[in-house]
Design a binder for this molecule. Structure first.
Ligand SMILES: [Zn+2]
Length: 138
């Protein structure tokens, strides 16, 4: 009986995780920390799914933090742009919105306004041409 027990102790001492470290060396996790599967917590293939689930949960947390902002409503008209710009200015001044996020939003609103103005210019040009054409037909 004693011999068997000793053999088991030897076996336990030589148990090694089959995994390898990032450096390519054998995993050196102490045998008493190995799971029943014989792998360490880090290398056990059965726990891979659990790990990626944790990683996904972390990603979701990050996404939630990044989604946090202020509600400004739709941006369809220059009046909307004016309202949103005013809202952003107050949010930035009060610290409700991080400076970088607020600046990014302001830049986006300005870009929207420029493209809206360009569209208006095109429209005015087309209407002027159309009016000139109609006058010419008379
Ligand atoms: Zn390991």
């Amino acid at each position: 009986m004693i011999e068997v027990a000793m053999a088991t102790d030897d076996e336990r001492e030589t148990r090694r995780c089959p995994g390898t470290t990032v450096a390519g060396e054998p995993c050196r996790v102490p045998s008493e920390m190995l799971l029943d599967s014989g792998w360490c917590l880090l290398h056990d293939p059965a726990r891979g799914a659990e790990r990626s689930a944790n990683a996904t949960a972390g990603g979701n947390k990050t996404a939630k933090r990044m989604r946090k902002g202020i509600e400004v409503g739709d941006l369809n008209t220059p009046d909307d742009a004016t309202r949103i710009t005013a809202r952003l200015a107050v949010a930035l001044a009060s610290g409700e919105l991080p400076a970088a996020q607020g600046r990014a939003a302001l830049v986006a609103v300005q870009a929207w306004l420029r493209s809206w103005e360009n569209a208006q210019d095109d429209l005015v040009e087309r209407l002027s041409a159309e009016i000139a054409r109609l006058k010419g037909e008379r």
